[in-house]
Write a new protein. Structure first.
Ligand SMILES: C[S@@+](CC[C@H](N)C(=O)[O-])C[C@H]1O[C@@H](n2cnc3c(N)ncnc32)[C@H](O)[C@@H]1O
Length: 338
C-alpha cells in the first residue's frame, strides 16, 4: 500500500514536471523577442555601466531614469522584461530596500549576459539574435509546413531565390549577414586556433567562402608565416576587411578557386547538398598541389539528439539553414544520410 502511494506521488511529480516543461516550451518565444527589445533600448549597456561600480547592480528606477521617456508605465514594463532575462540567467537580480523603506529590484549583468554586449573586439551575439528575428527568417518559418508536405524549400517559396541570391540584391541585409558571420566566426575560430595545430609550417591558405576575411585575419595573426587568400562572391568581397598578409579575391567557387597549399572552408559545405559539395571538392582538388590539404570546420549533426546545449544549438541553427538552402544533412556516419 505504502509503495503504491509512493509510486502515485512520484508519477504525479513527473506529470507536473512534464506539464511545466511543455508550458515553458510553448511560451519560449517570449525570450528572444524580449531580449531584442532590451538590447534595442540599450538597457544592457546601462546595467553594465552601473555594474562597474559596487554593488554591481542598478535599481530599476535608476535604469528607467536613463531612458528617453516620460511614460509612467515604463518602470513596470522594463522591470517585467528584465525579470524574464534574470530567470534565464542573462541578468542577476536582487531586492533592495531604499531609505524610504520601499523595496525594488536591482539588476546586474551575468557572465552569460555579457555576450550580448560588444566585447573589446567589438563582437557580441546581438547580430545573430537580430538576424534570426529579421523579415527573411521570420517569413521563411511560415513556409516550413508547406515545404514538409509539398517539398521545395522555404526561402525559395517565400522569396523565389536562395539566400545568397537574396543577399546579392539587398545591400543592407548582405552587410548584416556578413557582420553576423564575422562575429560568430571570431568566437569559433579563436577556440579552433587554440586547439588545431594543422596550420603550423603552412605557407599559403585560401579560405573559400571566407566572407569578409575574419577567419584569415585570425589565422594569419596566429601564424604570420601564412600568406592568405580570402575568396568569396563579389558582393561579399566588396565589404572585405583589409588585413596585412591577406589578399581578397572575388569569384565563384563552383567554377575555379585560387591555388594554395591549404584550402580552408568554414561553414560552407553545410550550405550545399551532396552534388554541389562534390562539385566543389573537385574544384578544390584541382587547386591543390600534390601534398596539399583541405581543412573544413563544420558542426556535426548528432545521429541521435542529446539534450545538451551543444546539440540544442546545432539543431536550432540546422533548421534555420535548412529553410535557406534545403540541404538534407550528412551526419558523421555517411550511411545515415537521410
Ligand atoms: C555561411 S557563410 C560562411 C562564411 C565564412 N566562411 C565564415 O565562417 O564566417 C558562407 C559563405 O559562402 C559564400 N559563398 C556562397 N556561394 C559562393 C560561391 N559560389 N562562391 C564563393 N563563395 C560563395 C557566401 O557568400 C558566404 O560568405
Amino acid at each position: 500500500m505504502g509503495s503504491s502511494q509512493q509510486n502515485d506521488s512520484s508519477s504525479n511529480h513527473e506529470e507536473e514536471a512534464d506539464i511545466l516543461q511543455a508550458m515553458h516550451l510553448a511560451s519560449i518565444s517570449s525570450l528572444p523577442f524580449t531580449l531584442k527589445v532590451v538590447v534595442d533600448l540599450g538597457l544592457l549597456e546601462i546595467i553594465a555601466k552601473a555594474a562597474d561600480t559596487p554593488p554591481g547592480t542598478v535599481s530599476i528606477a535608476d535604469i528607467v531614469s536613463k531612458l528617453p521617456t516620460n511614460n509612467p508605465n515604463a518602470h513596470s514594463i522594463v522591470d517585467r522584461m528584465l525579470k524574464l532575462l534574470a530567470t534565464h540567467s542573462i541578468l542577476t537580480c536582487n531586492q533592495i530596500t531604499g531609505q524610504d523603506g520601499l523595496t525594488q529590484r536591482s539588476y546586474g549583468l551575468s557572465s552569460v549576459g555579457k555576450y550580448f554586449l560588444q566585447n573589446k573586439d567589438g563582437v557580441s551575439f546581438v547580430p545573430m539574435l537580430r538576424i534570426l528575428l529579421e523579415k527573411y527568417v521570420v517569413e521563411c518559418w511560415k513556409f516550413l509546413k508547406d515545404v514538409t508536405l509539398e517539398g521545395g524549400f522555404s526561402c525559395k517559396k517565400a522569396f523565389g531565390k536562395h539566400l545568397f541570391e537574396l543577399l546579392a540584391d539587398d545591400d543592407d541585409m548582405s552587410e548584416c549577414f556578413n557582420r553576423l558571420m564575422s562575429i560568430d566566426t571570431t568566437f569559433t575560430m579563436n577556440q579552433v586556433l587554440k586547439n588545431y595545430k594543422g596550420f603550423e609550417g603552412v605557407s599559403q591558405v585560401v579560405d573559400v567562402g571566407g566572407g569578409v576575411g575574419t577567419n584569415l585575419k585570425l589565422i594569419v595573426s596566429k601564424h604570420p608565416q601564412i600568406r592568405g587568400i580570402n575568396f568569396d562572391l563579389p558582393q561579399v568581397i566588396k565589404d572585405a576587411i583589409p588585413c596585412p598578409g591577406v589578399e581578397h579575391i572575388a569569384g565563384d567557387m563552383f567554377m575555379e578557386i585560387p591555388k594554395a597549399e591549404v584550402i580552408f572552408f568554414k561553414w560552407v559545405l553545410h550550405d550545399w547538398g551532396d552534388d554541389q559539395c562534390l562539385k566543389l571538392l573537385k574544384v578544390c582538388y584541382d587547386a591543390l598541389p600534390k601534398n596539399g590539404k583541405n581543412v573544413s570546420v563544420e558542426a556535426i549533426i548528432p545521429e541521435v539528439p542529446e539534450t545538451d546545449i551543444i546539440s540544442k544549438t546545432i539543431l536550432e541553427r540546422d533548421i534555420v539553414l535548412f529553410q535557406f538552402f534545403q540541404v538534407l544533412k550528412r551526419g558523421p556516419n555517411k550511411s545515415s544520410r537521410h
